[in-house]
Design a protein around this ligand. Sequence first.
Ligand SMILES: Cc1cc2nc3c(=O)[nH]c(=O)nc-3n(C[C@H](O)[C@H](O)[C@H](O)COP(=O)(O)OP(=O)(O)OC[C@H]3O[C@@H](n4cnc5c(N)ncnc54)[C@H](O)[C@@H]3O)c2cc1C
Length: 493
Amino acid sequence: MRIAIVGSGFAGSLLARVLAVQGHRVSLLERGTHPRFAIGESSTPLANLTLERLARRYGLDDCYALAAHGRWILRFPGIRRGLKRGFTFYRHHAGRPFAVDGARTERLLVAASPNDHIADNHWLRADVDHHFVRAAIAAGVDYRDRTEVTDELVESLRVDFIVDASGPNGFMARRLGIPSGLHRTHTNAGLLFSHFDGVRLFPDVVPGLPSGPYPDDWAAVHHIIDEGWMYSLRFDHGVTSAGFVLKQRLPGTPDQMWQGLLARYPTIGALFGSAKSLMPLGYKPRIQHRLTRAAGPGWALLPHAYGFVDPLFSTGIAWSLKAIERLALFFENGGPAADDLARYDAMLAAEADQIDLLVAGAYLAMAHFDVFAAQAMIYFAAVSFAEARQRLARQDSETAAWSGFLGVGDPQLGPLPRASFRRLGRMRTREDRRLFIQWVRRSIAPRNVCGFANPDYRNLYPVDLEELVRRHAVLGMSRDACVSALPALRGNA
Ligand SMILES: Cc1cc2nc3c(=O)[nH]c(=O)nc-3n(C[C@H](O)[C@H](O)[C@H](O)COP(=O)(O)OP(=O)(O)OC[C@H]3O[C@@H](n4cnc5c(N)ncnc54)[C@H](O)[C@@H]3O)c2cc1C
């Protein structure tokens, strides 16, 4: 088939390459050029699992290398990235330094990998996206950059199918006039962001922290504040990508907003006070977007062209890769039929809702750190269950690609984000909060393979393989089968 893909972020470029490997004639059309700055950097175990499956199925060795930190450094030292061992959260209070206070310390660490070698990565998108474009060209994709994609151009290419990978407010939305579906999205936040040099390490600023399952800063770090939250992603070459995600616009210029927040939260101020912004601080008023359709006859949108909720829980890359795998499977069999596209459309809609409900619930929970930590457990239970099933139970590509993201379609996990969002909206008293935390623990139990929401961990969750083996029945596996499958967790079996 002849296929045009509009937009050459990592998602468009990778799909273009896969389709070219399958034997299709693919044009990849980019308005800008590479290398270029892009945001959306923190990868996750589920993203890496999909990369590994794509690597195996389509012979993309580089994707296998890029799916784990140690392999990445050995094979592609020139593509910049950051070690990501897990998810770190702190709650800050205005006017007060972060307090180390025994079990009441408002700190949550959830390890995503047991060591640095097989850890996840933050992707320096300028380098990573450039790599994927070059690999697409090497695979025979007809790449055209600095190209204004017009109807005439698309007509002249005589394509059978168009994939829109052009991000928010992208090509197909305008071409087809697809109505916005943003009214469905509860999450509402703006973004103040840049890349920085010289951000200090958290334990240097806050001494006396009990040691966690990994060094706090080698993670997607989330600083929760009254106004929203801040992400901080450290790359191995010393640069940090950071941004405040804000429920309401603050007064002043981006620089004044930034300085105001550093002054209000002394520990964040100490971390970033002497850091140098590597480009002017940017401000985007509302980062959420959403369309009402993700596919139709002869076209499909990749997730970032269809909708985006929030960087909380780093869902974007994993979701995009999942959609790439789905579309790639369609094109193995001569291209998507109408039923396939309807299924793709329905799945993306359900998944966008799911991400939104989980994140919007997390915003409601942020006022109380124990409630927030409980809400986060729904995310961690869903992704770790999916990861364990995909790796240990060796799901094939078809099954893994179509298992819904964040528990969509799962009778146990599927309803939880909506139910928790409703509960959080009604929460008033200390007793409500206690009951919510109990409810989360009970609700995730049927899928909880990692011992989440267990107070014994004191909010410091390692990758606990013994716990995983103890929970073998949750995965529908015998104990022996679970033990013998464990090497697969390291991505090498
Ligand atoms: C603040 C923020 C933080 C995020 N953090 C994370 C995170 O930590 N982890 C995570 O997993 N995800 C994160 N995301 C989501 C992540 O950014 C996206 O999932 C990812 O960028 C999607 O990649 P893509 O290749 O689909 O699109 P994009 O990266 O948006 O690339 C689109 C490409 O299309 C091109 N283009 C646009 N319009 C046209 C046109 N008309 N014609 C031709 N070309 C066009 C653009 O130049 C660009 O090269 C974040 C998003 C935001 C907004």
